[in-house]
Write a protein that binds this ligand. Structure first.
Ligand SMILES: Cc1cc2nc3c(=O)[nH]c(=O)nc-3n(C[C@H](O)[C@H](O)[C@H](O)COP(=O)(O)O)c2cc1C
Length: 310
């Protein structure tokens, strides 16, 4: 790489930690990790804004220009240093909403978001038997011994009607029939899960839309995208749901079944489903109100609420 004219800056996604007695640096956006040798740290320290290679050399006269140039190339290769105009710099600038919160939320989110890169071929029974041989699984029950106990009335006679029946029969299914979901069925699912059901008055903010699931501060940061394969009356493709108008916006037309499986960590059974509902968050809706990283948990909790309502 020619260094003349290139401007570089420290990545904003670096964490340092000790591993096996050595200082390590990890870019939690790209996943690249390397041992941070003593020279690399002072170079990174000087790269808080865009600088040319010569500028860095001038700031660190105690090191030879050749060693600085070599270190900068290593830092660029390990994604610890960004090149202005490069794809990594663009990717990082898209993360601006995360800056409201401390490093812990974005580190956890970005460092743990990537899933399997190859098909899961695990033999479930063999896998679990091997785990059990290593150590027995923890018990499924938590009990407080020697505490007073309160016997509850038998609820069986109250467990009739549609809601108890739906709740009691919910299961995860991984085999799908050849039939198609109808547009009417899709419409009901969307309306009852992600549609606006009402508006409430929020002090100082005015009218805010609400849904069938709760949302911290009524921020409703979650969006839903539909990856449609087999829906009667809807051509295959990726759609975004507009909860205010109860309509779909076509983002990309085409067959996407194989990509759906990849999106779910290469779980091949997913490609037989009619529609995959993919939730994302508009982070700024949450960070705008909640300026502390604990609010990250709220987004995950809400995704659980919507999943169960669905
Ligand atoms: C957050 C979450 C993630 C899950 N991820 C997967 C998954 O990636 N693949 C899968 O086959 N099942 C997944 N499941 C489904 C569980 O395996 C399933 O809930 C469990 O086997 C219990 O079965 P049930 O849902 O029928 O009660 C997930 C469930 C939850 C709540």
């Amino acid at each position: 790489m020619k260094s003349r004219g290139i401007l570089v800056k420290r990545s904003n996604c670096l964490v340092f930690f000790f591993h096996d007695g050595a200082l390590h640096c990890k870019n939690y956006l790209t996943g690249k990790e390397f041992e941070a040798s003593p020279l690399l740290v002072p170079i990174l320290g000087k790269l808080d804004g865009w600088r040319g290679f010569r500028g860095v050399e001038r700031l660190l006269p105690e090191y030879s220009p050749a060693s600085i140039r070599q270190s900068l190339r290593r830092l660029i290769a390990s994604t610890a240093v960004l090149v202005r105009g490069g794809s990594q710099a663009k990717r990082e600038s898209a993360l601006s909403a995360w800056q409201t919160w401390g490093v812990e939320a974005r580190f956890f989110h970005l460092a743990t978001k990537n899933t399997h890169t190859a098909p899961i071929t695990v033999d479930e029974a063999r896998f679990n038997r091997a785990l059990k041989r290593r150590e027995p699984p923890p018990p499924s029950l938590k009990r407080y011994f020697a505490r007073a106990r309160v016997h509850l009335p038998d609820p069986t006679s109250q467990l009739h009607g549609q809601l108890p029946e739906v709740l009691l029969s919910r299961r995860t299914h991984r085999h799908f029939g050849a039939g198609r979901v109808s547009l009417e069925q899709l419409s009901i699912l969307l309306r009852l899960t992600w549609g606006f059901t009402n508006h409430i008055h929020w002090p100082g903010l005015g009218s805010l839309p609400v849904k069938t699931s709760p949302s911290g501060g009524a921020r409703h940061s979650l969006e839903v995208y539909l990856w449609c394969s087999h829906v009667k009356g809807l051509s295959p493709g990726i759609y975004h749901y507009r909860p205010d108008r109860h309509e779909l916006e076509l983002l990309k037309a085409g067959r996407i079944a194989e990509q759906m499986a990849r999106l779910c960590g290469h779980q091949e059974w997913v490609q037989d489903c009619s529609v995959l509902f993919v939730m994302t968050t508009v982070l700024a809706r949450v960070t705008w109100r909640y300026r502390f990283s604990r609010a990250y948990r709220v987004i995950l909790l809400e995704a659980g609420h919507f999943g169960q309502t669905f």
